[in-house]
Design a binder for this molecule. Structure first.
Ligand code: NAD
Ligand code: DAU
Length: 360
């Protein structure tokens, strides 16, 4: 038995592979293109582990995928691979269309051919689990009900539009061809191994380097934060018991404004690694020009997965952020290795044009 994990060298995929092999003795084949966001070091502890095979490849490479499926005959595909950063999608949307839409389509086509070649139990048990995002539902007004699986799709960024398109293709493959798919739409993840372009790791890395901590707009945008290991356990549960063709929202029941998250990170850093001058890291917070089209609020109603599959997040936000900060303090080499020249170019591109705003 084996599973194929796409994007397994990225943040959530990497955590998922490590988590899976901590629970099951089953071969995991990780397929990852190793874009700027993919990092083999995340999986270094598996280097000698016979239960793990890493393959560098593109989900848009039909031949590569077909060969992989024919050779390893996985019982499931867990599809994380994507371009995932909203700000990058605003600067350069094309890669998002290519990987998230065309790439997912290519992977589905190969999966469909493979699944059609199966018989009996192997065919009945096969699953394609598509990992998607709450951003496909658009932005919520203050006080509006959280997103359920029945919310209408209203994606606002090139990233969320590309994920929405991929969700629709996955749905169509089930509806038209019967491919046994499962889709999960999850809220903002945080935790170990997250690339420092996203809010929490960027804040930690910039704080320690004495750089400004950029907060877009008024910092009152709300996200529903989920510790990545909770996301991994939810995916395991959906794969195990989710009803074929269904969508499951996954969230942390943890709505927080961005500025509160940044304050929490600063306060933990003040405690664990105080600045030499004794001044709080909060002093480095800088309000900057907002993200174009910035969604104001996301919130997930995760009652369906709780009701049907008995899944609930285990981590509190206070403890989860503390563990995350501690992980980054304990892993300076991992951080140093991902901050290549390309990373510095991205920081320059995204932040140099954002005028500093007076504190709000
Ligand atoms: P990430 O950017 O950290 O990792 C993406 C991985 O995919 C990288 O390892 C990259 O090398 C790989 N990849 C990119 N293009 C590829 C291609 N064409 N072929 C093969 N591999 C490719 O992303 P993440 O934050 O780990 O997100 C994983 C998935 O979860 C994505 O589908 C994302 O939309 C979804 N998601 C993320 C969050 C979040 O908060 N990070 C929340 C909900 C859903
Ligand atoms: O909601 C799920 C989504 O969460 C995933 O689908 C995406 O892949 C993932 O990147 C994440 O998207 P966000 O845009 O919400 O995450 P990000 O960490 O980029 O930003 C979180 C919030 O913080 C958002 O409101 C923008 C703000 N922000 C972000 C950065 C990078 C800042 O204020 N300053 C920053 O420098």
């Amino acid at each position: 038995m084996s599973i194929l994990v796409t994007g397994g060298a990225g943040f959530i995929g990497g955590n998922f592979v490590l988590d899976w092999l901590g629970v099951f003795d089953e071969l995991v084949i990780t397929l990852d293109k190793l874009t700027y966001a993919g990092n083999c070091e995340t999986l270094v502890s598996l280097a000698e582990d016979e239960r793990h095979i890493f393959i560098q490849g593109d989900i848009g490479d039909a031949e590569c995928i077909s060969q992989l499926l024919a050779r390893y005959r996985p019982r499931a595909i867990v599809h994380f691979a994507a371009e995932s950063h909203v700000d990058r999608s605003i600067h350069d949307p094309e890669a998002f269309i290519q990987t998230n839409i065309v790439g997912t389509f290519c992977l589905l086509e190969a999966a469909r051919t493979f699944w059609n070649s199966l018989e009996g139990e192997a065919k009945a048990d096969f699953r394609f689990l598509h990992v998607s995002t709450d951003e496909v539902y658009g932005s919520l007004a203050k006080g509006a009900a959280a997103f359920t699986e029945n919310n209408r799709y209203e994606p606002n960024s090139p990233y969320s539009a590309s994920k929405a398109a991929s969700d629709h293709i996955v749905r169509a493959c089930h509806h038209t061809y019967g491919l046994p798919v499962l889709t999960t739409n999850c809220s903002n993840n945080y935790g170990p191994y997250q690339f420092p372009e996203k809010l929490i790791p960027l804040t930690i890395v910039n704080a320690l380097a004495g750089r400004p901590l950029p907060v877009y707009g008024d910092g009152q945008q709300i996200r529903d934060w989920l510790y990545v290991k909770d996301h991994c356990s939810a995916i395991r549960r959906v794969l195990e018991a989710g009803r074929v063709g269904e969508v499951y929202n996954i969230g942390g029941w943890n709505e927080k404004p961005n500025i509160d998250i940044v304050h929490a990170v600063c306060d933990i850093l003040d405690e664990l690694r105080a600045r030499a001058d004794g001044v709080s890291y909060r002093e480095q917070i800088t309000f900057v020009t907002d993200r174009p089209g910035h969604d104001r609020r996301y919130a997930i109603d995760a009652r369906k997965i709780a009701r049907e599959l008995g899944w609930k997040p285990a981590e509190t936000i206070a403890n989860g952020i503390r563990k995350t900060v501690q992980w980054y303090l304990d892993n300076p080499q991992w951080i140093a290795n991902v901050q290549s020249g390309a990373y510095r170019e991205w920081v320059e591109k995204n932040y140099s044009d954002r005028a500093e705003k007076p504190a709000v």
